[in-house]
Every structure is written in structure tokens, then in C-alpha cells.
Design a protein around this ligand. Structure first.
Ligand code: CTP
Ligand SMILES: C[C@](O)(CO)[C@H](O)COP(=O)(O)O
Length: 242
């Protein structure tokens, strides 16, 4: 009888960083805004570089990006830039995965993380990896919803009214990283019907009938979306314990 050997899992990071930051309305893409002393994208990349669990980090930028070389010099250990960004977040992630054909194995685990979440830490990366374990459906960081949730309706004067209160039981707000095997994520995003309707990776995996695990994240891992979020992110970045 021959003994079978099982390889330990390999973990990779893939950061979509090809957005324009329309809601931030800054002078350029928000992932390059300085928060807590360095570009937002650099914080996110450095969290993966600081994690002993992560083999390599890939960053997806627009083909015509003129800033990335100054933020991630080509001699930076453990990081590769892929100039294959697309029109939507889903397109950028899918293009990045396709560019890694032959580089990643279908069982390799890929953590997709927004460049616009600078508060990620190696401890949160380890918590996700530990929480998902060997679940073939993968999983994601997320936060249980704590506010009372309202469904709005338009008022005659153009403002909004509260039409109903939606039970918040069981509602979680998705964060990233979201981690899946390379093969599953490629299949899920490759078969998803509408790139504009897929706002995160887990939703494409759910469409294949899988139920990814929810692992509680942390408020410090907020996505910087609106101008006011910059100050909140800086508050967390100033305090490594949060
Ligand atoms: N075509 C796109 C759109 C988004 N992203 C990335 O996806 C992440 C999360 O998206 P979001 O916060 O929506 O970023 P933007 O699309 O830049 O912001 P906005 O929707 O306000 O334009 C960001 O790191 C962003 O750079 C991407 O790689 N490619
Ligand atoms: C992936 C994500 O960060 C999870 O919260 C989010 O879905 C990004 O897209 P959004 O359009 O900014 O909600």
C-alpha cells in the first residue's frame, strides 16, 4: 500500500485596486490617498506582507495606472502587480484570477481584499484562515448588523420616508478578505450573470449553491468609501490594538 501525502494549503492575496473612487470624489483614485502616513493600498498590501501565512500578494490595477510604481516598487518582496483591471470590481477580480492561470493551483486559497480597506491586520487574516478551516465553501470577514434597519420610500417632496422596519436578525455586513479556493472562485465569478450586481466575491459563490462561512471581522477593517471615512480609518490606524 502506498502512503498518500497531502500538501499543506497555500494562501494567496488578490487585491482589486482598479476603481476610480467616484463616491470619494477626490482628485484621483481613493486607493492612493494618504491615510495614516501612507497610501491606503500600501496599508492593505503591508498587512498581507506581514502575515507569515501568506505566500504571495497580487494587486490588480488598471492597464493605464500611472501611480502604482511609486506605491509598490517592483523590487518589493512578495508582491506582483497585474495590469488587468476591468470596468467593475468583479471584472477586476476575475481578470486577476485568469491572469494567474498556471501560477495558482485549483486548491490554492485566494483571499480577495479591497485596496480601500487599510485597517486589515495580520491577526484578522489569521482569524479568517482559522475560522474557515478546510470548509470547501470558503468564507469571509463580516460584521453583525447592530442598527435598526429601515426600508425607505420616496416622499412627494423628493425626500425619503421610513416605510418599514426590516428585522435585523441574521443580517451581517460583508467585509473583506473573502477567501475561496482558486478553482471555486474562478468558476463562481466566471459564471456569474451580471458583473454590476455582484458587489462581493461571496455572492457569486452563493449563486453556485454554496454557503460561505461568516467570520466576525472588526470595525477597524472598514471600507473607505466617503470622505468622512478617512478620519475614522486614521483613528484605527493610529491604534494598533483596535
Ligand atoms: N472596476 C473596479 C472597481 C473597483 N475596484 C476595487 O474594488 C474595491 C472596492 O470597491 P469600491 O469601494 O466600490 O471602490 P471604487 O469602485 O473605487 O469606488 P466607487 O464605487 O465609489 O467608485 C476597491 O479597492 C476598488 O479599487 C476594482 O478593482 N475595479
Ligand atoms: C466587497 C465589499 O467591500 C464588501 O463589503 C463591497 O461589496 C464593495 O462594493 P460596494 O459597492 O462599495 O458596496
Amino acid at each position: 500500500m502506498t502512503a498518500t501525502t497531502q500538501q499543506p494549503p497555500r494562501y494567496f492575496a488578490l487585491l482589486p485596486a482598479a476603481g476610480v473612487g467616484a463616491r470619494m470624489a477626490a482628485n484621483g483614485p481613493k486607493q492612493y490617498l494618504t491615510v495614516g502616513g501612507k497610501p491606503m493600498l500600501r496599508h492593505a498590501v503591508d498587512a498581507f506582507r506581514a502575515s507569515a501565512l501568506v505566500t504571495h500578494t497580487y494587486v490588480v490595477v488598471s492597464p493605464d495606472d500611472g501611480v502604482i510604481d511609486s506605491v509598490l516598487p517592483s523590487n518589493l518582496d512578495g508582491v506582483t502587480v497585474l495590469r488587468v483591471g476591468g470596468a467593475t470590481r468583479m471584472d477586476s477580480v476575475l481578470n486577476g484570477l485568469r491572469a494567474l492561470t498556471g501560477v495558482l493551483d485549483q486548491y490554492d486559497l485566494v483571499m480577495v481584499h479591497d485596496a480601500a480597506r487599510p485597517g486589515l491586520t495580520p491577526a484578522l487574516i489569521a482569524k479568517l484562515i482559522d475560522g474557515v478551516g478546510d470548509d470547501p465553501a470558503g468564507g469571509l470577514l463580516a460584521m453583525p448588523v447592530v442598527d435598526t434597519i429601515k426600508r425607505s420610500a420616496p416622499a412627494t417632496d423628493g425626500s425619503r420616508t421610513s416605510a418599514a422596519t426590516v428585522p435585523r436578525d441574521g443580517l451581517w455586513a460583508a467585509q473583506t478578505p473573502q477567501m475561496f479556493s482558486y478553482g471555486l472562485l474562478l468558476r463562481a465569478l466566471g459564471s456569474a450573470p451580471d458583473a454590476n450586481a455582484i458587489t462581493d466575491d461571496a455572492s457569486a459563490v452563493e449563486m453556485l449553491g454554496h454557503a460561505p462561512r461568516l467570520i466576525e471581522g472588526h470595525p477597524r477593517n472598514l471600507k473607505v468609501t466617503l470622505p468622512a471615512d478617512i478620519r475614522i480609518a486614521e483613528m484605527y490606524l493610529a491604534n494598533k490594538e483596535d
